[in-house]
Design a protein around this ligand. Sequence first.
Ligand SMILES: *Cc1c(COP(=O)(O)O)cnc(C)c1O
Length: 382
Amino acid sequence: MASKKKGLNTICTHVGEVPDNQFKGAVSPIYMSSSYAYTDVDVKRYPRYFNTPNQEYLCKKIAALEHTESALIFGSGMAAVSTTLFAFLSKGDHVVLQKTLYGGTFNLTKEEFAKHGIEYTIADGWDISSLKKAIKKNTKVMYVETPSNPLLTITDLNAVSKLCKKEGIISMIDNTFASPINQNPADFGIDIIIHSGTKYMGGHSDICAGAVAASVEHIHKIWNVAKNLGGSLADFMVWMLERSMKTMAIRVQAQNKNAIKLAKFLNKHKAIEKVYYPGLKTHEDHKLAKKQMSGYGGMLSFELKKGIDAQKFEKNLRLIKSSMSLAGVESTMLSPAQTSHSLLSKKDRKKQGISDGLIRFSVGIEDVKDIIEDIEQAINKL
Ligand SMILES: *Cc1c(COP(=O)(O)O)cnc(C)c1O
């Protein structure tokens, strides 16, 4: 593919533009039609067939960024996750899930899989030996997430793909936290790459979308289920996503740069107990992260020292907003114990390594000195 040779920013800006042959506009036209002619055409187009002009072209950009042959865009990250899992799992099949996964993905397996006779095992950890131990005779899929939410654990992509190939298992990754700018799992042999487009692809906290990148064969299999489940993305939002992705590399690289500076700053701060960031040399999987990531991302977590009230700390912040979502150009923080993991008992939270003082930090593109100043004043006020 010619686009592989182009630089990241050129791919983000230009690959997958919808040609405007009539007016030669600088940006892609939006095709809002939900109805297309079926005679004298080579493709029968319909929004829920995932093949309107805007959908079809944006998929080229995503495939080029993820180094895959093909891609599909969905109405949300969970539409991408659920459709892809259901495309490869039937009654009597088994899936191995990494211990640390996005909460919505766990809910999907817990609440929906039994109804369809699909079995799953949550591995003891995220390392290759725990994943291997969870494999059964009927395992069809292994599903990992690296870096993971919220503790930024790292799973060895090369080892996962090798193990899966040996066992005849399909390997899937949720690559949302890294974004295609920092990590391309296809280069390590992972079969299927899933994104919540709501996060770094959208990047401005105003789009809900999802994406899957894989080979033509695998995408066709997913498409066959996708057209039945119907989780397509409306064309105006497809166009918005294309517009946002033009600046994805610039945004994510700015977030990488801010995050490493902030991780170092927090690591030295006397009010902070521990920092979780794969870019820090003290992170237990730093070497592995260095091997498989070209940047360490804009997500980090940190633990406040015992006795410091996380809620009060969050309330004192002025520039940094508290927010349930992540990956926007604005810096946001969230307390997992009070939000994403609040339904778990304190004991279960502890088992997952989530303390009351843990804060998940989605680093934005603001000037890093202003972010540091905000954290300083929020701590000083306590
Ligand atoms: C947000 C998120 C999802 C789900 O995406 P939605 O767009 O909210 O459906 C899946 N995985 C990860 C890692 C996420 O952060």
